[in-house]
Design a protein around this ligand. Structure first.
Ligand code: CTP
Ligand code: MG
Length: 231
């Protein structure tokens, strides 16, 4: 099943505490966002890649895209103040298609089987998001004292990709914008329209490069993948 992917890449990476957009930081000699682009360039089911970028970084990013032969990039949208604005700008720019995948450019380790299951589920039911079961015990606290231990059997840590039928996510993104609603992921925008969202189990390796310690883990993941390939 074919799809178009939208990659928000217009953040500033404040929590990474680098002096530039964290996506430009290198892991084994290549910027983080390029690993993410390569996953979709390699996936035969991916028809088109759209990126939300900051205007002042566009030329730099375009340079990497052309030098590394990422031929599926079909266009760029101007990043907004919040991630949700960046995603909406892309959704409004892409030509209508069947299934759209929204994926953080900051998650370079996404598994291609997970992508496939997300796209198939979204095609069948409209909306499917990646997540992994919560591993830790989760408690709520009020004023420093535990008020509740939450049953973790029903809890998931949500990631991207999040896959949707094009018409559904465009409608949900525009409705959120018109209503002044800000969500922390795309699924929330669809959930508020009372539309069911399916969950697809992903991998714990699909981390978002967010804080400096993620770079250490990211390098270790790359290293172990390289060793696997050489076996
Ligand atoms: N993003 C975006 N536009 C924004 C904010 C974020 O396109 N206005 C993108 C980021 O580039 C990243 C993804 O959304 O690929 C996930 O966001 P996050 O991890 O929060 O990245 P940043 O916002 O860059 O980091 P921070 O919140 O630490 O500043
Ligand atoms: Mg952010």
């Amino acid at each position: 099943m074919n799809y178009t992917v939208v990659l928000p890449a217009a953040g500033s990476g404040k929590r990474m505490k680098a002096d530039k957009n964290k996506l430009l930081l290198e892991l084994s000699g290549k910027p983080i966002f390029l690993y993410t682009l390569e996953v979709f360039q390699r996936d035969p089911n991916c028809d088109a890649i759209w990126l939300a970028v900051k205007e002042q970084e566009r030329e730099l990013i375009e340079g990497y895209v052309s030098r590394h032969n990422i031929t599926k990039v079909q266009g760029y949208a101007a990043g907004g103040t919040e991630r949700q604005d960046s995603v909406r700008a892309c959704l409004e720019a892409i030509p209508p298609c069947g299934v759209v995948l929204v994926h953080d450019a900051a998650r370079p380790f996404i598994d291609k089987e997970v992508i496939e299951r997300l796209v198939e589920t979204a095609q069948a039911s409209g909306a499917a998001i990646a997540g992994v079961p919560v591993k830790d015990t989760i408690k709520k606290a009020e004023n420093g004292v535990i008020s509740e231990t939450v049953d973790r059997n029903q809890l998931w840590m949500i990631q991207t990709p999040q896959a949707f039928r094009y018409s559904l996510i465009l409608k949900a993104a525009q409705a959120a914008h018109n209503d002044g609603f800000m969500g922390t992921d795309e699924a929330m925008l669809v959930e508020r329209l009372n539309y069911p969202v399916a969950i697809v189990e992903s991998t714990y390796e699909n981390i978002k490069m967010t804080t400096p310690d993620d770079l250490i883990y990211g390098r270790a993941i790359l290293e172990s993948r390289l060793q696997e390939e050489q076996k």
